[in-house]
Design a protein around this ligand. Structure first.
Ligand SMILES: [Zn+2]
Length: 109
């Protein structure tokens, strides 16, 4: 998979908007950066039923509706000011790298 630098800048707790797939246009918070490179879990996005094996918590087993990882390239970071998914730019503040909206310059960190 081609992972460009921009996509790899997404971090947990970022607000993102989905740009592809069945959840296209929906927004959510990044809950987790997946163990697999380039995959992320976004709150409320790509929810599917997962079969739960019977165990102490659910003696009969069953299904749980949980978020499955999606490809990082299918989301863009959401800028509150632009009210849409934007590209991430990098700015330097006191020699520290910060992520900014490429469009309006809003700090995204
Ligand atoms: Zn912006």
């Amino acid at each position: 998979m081609n992972l460009n630098k921009e996509q790899s800048r997404i971090k947990a707790n970022d607000n993102v908007v989905v740009t592809a797939g069945s959840d296209r246009g929906r927004r959510g918070k990044v809950l987790k950066i997946g163990a697999k490179r380039g995959r992320i879990i976004v709150e409320g996005i790509n929810k599917r039923n997962k079969y739960i094996k019977p165990g102490p918590e659910s003696p009969k087993g069953g299904t749980a509706n949980i978020e499955f990882p999606i490809d990082m390239s299918n989301v863009m970071i959401f800028c509150d000011k632009c009210k849409k998914g934007v590209r991430i730019g990098i700015a330097y503040k006191d020699d520290k790298k910060t992520r900014v909206c490429k469009k309006c310059g809003k700090n995204l960190d």
